[in-house]
Design a protein around this ligand. Structure first.
Ligand SMILES: Cc1cc2nc3c(=O)[nH]c(=O)nc-3n(C[C@H](O)[C@H](O)[C@H](O)COP(=O)(O)O)c2cc1C
Ligand code: SF4
Length: 442
């Protein structure tokens, strides 16, 4: 596989201002500023860049939804909330290539006509928030951001970038909650439509993109859409930051062209499975994506279209590998506990359904489950999916629905084990349960 690195190139100290400039830093922005915003949007459209935040939506198309003629201010929100279990890629950009992200923000703001960008970073990322603020301060001090951009780039455009620190709620990564969070109100997801391009931050046109998505932009402008679209999978080009975790010898973030074989990623890059154990299950794109059976991963390619064909999705590219000894009932209960805990509670199917699924899974784990419980779980999941305000509902439903469907044998074995349901051996007497009245005098 060719060693193409777009987002995290192998250049030592790229987080240093001088090193970034010496390696073509801000050349993409300079090129972009010599074109019209429409031309930039067109290049990004033609490049085929898709969002890296989960849904793999076409980035150029999303930008084109922003109104051209409006007297309202426009905004860019850059999503670095990164709370999906299994996803740990954006922090690598904050640490190793912060200026390319800043350059990407400038180009995006120019393309959509925004003068202010909010970089929303997961609150627990103390180290990365500090590093990112340092990079922003440096770019400000050199006049690459803010009011002095006119002198630096010779254009009539300026852009301010502010970091907004999240407080560690998964729901804040959902685009409309993220905007509420920035506005300082309770981060309940908003009902859509209206979409953010129509009515976003403080009711104004807003574009929301993931950190990795935006970091691709300067290279696309610098090297051209033809170059970019020739890398990786045809319908989902470029590279992806694959975060590989679980039962692999070398967990970590690997930047590789899309369309790479899942087995190649696991065995050749992530060092294979410890003790050469077989793989039982792989979740290819973060904990909410439908899991794949280990005996069905041969030939599976890692891009949005290919994963859709095998009944899963690319999500955030967070690959979770589980070996043959893994107890999938426990895994599913753990995943469900996360979504139950993170549900904002706004919609009944999600609020009640996640709790119901968790209780049922716990019952199965206590050896008190039956085959009917498995059908009940699928039925609850089906009632959540598609019936909620935001996609957290689907995120909670999919693992349950697909894990049970694809590993029914394993779940059936679990519920059909020689189960002895503990029965209390004596019924409490009235005396034991009654309020003791001895010693109470009239
Ligand atoms: C519950 C929930 C959490 C999400 N968390 C994130 C996140 O941490 N980072 C992210 O970029 N997108 C997240 N998303 C997706 C965003 O809503 C949005 O689609 C994305 O930021 C768009 O960026 P992209 O087009 O560049 O992919 C989340 C979605 C949901 C439903
Ligand atoms: S689906 Fe869940 S997290 Fe999303 S709005 Fe409804 S209750 Fe909140």
């Amino acid at each position: 596989m060719e060693n193409i690195k777009i987002v995290l190139p192998d250049i030592p100290n790229l987080d240093k201002w001088d090193v970034y400039l010496a390696n073509g830093g801000f050349e993409g922005a300079k090129k972009a500023f010599s074109k019209t915003p429409d031309e930039i949007i067109d290049i990004v459209k033609k490049s085929g860049l898709r969002g890296r935040g989960g849904a793999a939506f076409l980035t150029g198309l999303k930008w084109s939804f922003m109104p051209k003629t409006t007297d309202k201010p426009k905004y860019l929100c850059v999503n670095g909330d990164e709370s999906e279990p299994g996803s740990f890629k954006d922090r690598q950009i904050f640490e190793y290539n912060p200026f390319q992200l800043i350059e990407g923000i400038l180009i995006t703001c120019y393309a959509i006509g925004a003068n202010v960008a909010y970089l929303y970073i997961r609150g627990e990322y103390h180290k990365w928030i500090k590093l990112m603020q340092k990079a922003l301060d440096e770019a400000y001090s050199h006049g690459y951001i803010g009011s002095r951009m006119k002198d630096t780039f010779g254009i009539d455009f300026s852009c301010d970038i502010y970091i907004h620190k999240g407080a560690g709620a998964y729901i804040c990564g959902e685009e409309s909650s993220l905007m509420n969070s920035i506005e300082g109100i309770r981060p309940y997801p908003r009902v859509k439509p209206p979409f953010p391009a129509q009515k976003g931050l403080w009711g104004n046109p807003t574009t929301i993109n993931n950190v990795e998505t935006i970091t691709n932009v300067p290279v696309i402008i610098n090297k051209g859409w033809e170059w970019y679209s020739s890398i990786g999978a045809q319908k989902h080009p470029g590279t992806l930051l694959f975060g590989v975790s679980g039962h692999v010898n070398k967990p970590g973030v690997y930047e590789l062209p899309t369309g790479i074989l899942l087995t190649d990623l696991i065995y050749n890059y992530a060092g294979g499975v410890p003790n050469n154990k077989k793989i039982k299950c792989v979740i290819p794109g973060g904990s909410s994506m439908p899991p794949l059976r280990g005996d069905k991963i041969e030939g599976v390619k890692m891009d949005a279209e290919s994963l859709k064909e095998v009944g899963s999705a690319i999500g955030t590219g967070g690959v979770i590998v589980m070996d043959e000894d893994t107890n999938l009932v426990k895994v599913l209960a753990r995943i469900t506990k996360f979504y139950y805990h993170e549900s904002c509670g706004q919609c009944t199917p999600c609020r009640e359904g996640t709790g119901w699924m968790l209780k049922t899974l716990n019952r199965i784990l206590r050896d008190e489950g039956t085959s009917e419980d498995l059908d009940l779980l699928i039925s609850v999941a089906n009632n959540i999916e598609g019936n909620t305000v935001c996609a957290l509902g689907d995120a909670a439903a999919w693992p349950v629905k697909f894990m049970i469907d694809r590993f029914r044998d394993e779940f059936e074995k679990y519920v059909k084990r020689n189960v002895v349901i503990p029965v209390p051996n004596k019924v409490h007497s009235m005396r034991e349960t009654a309020i003791p009245l001895e010693g109470i005098k009239k």
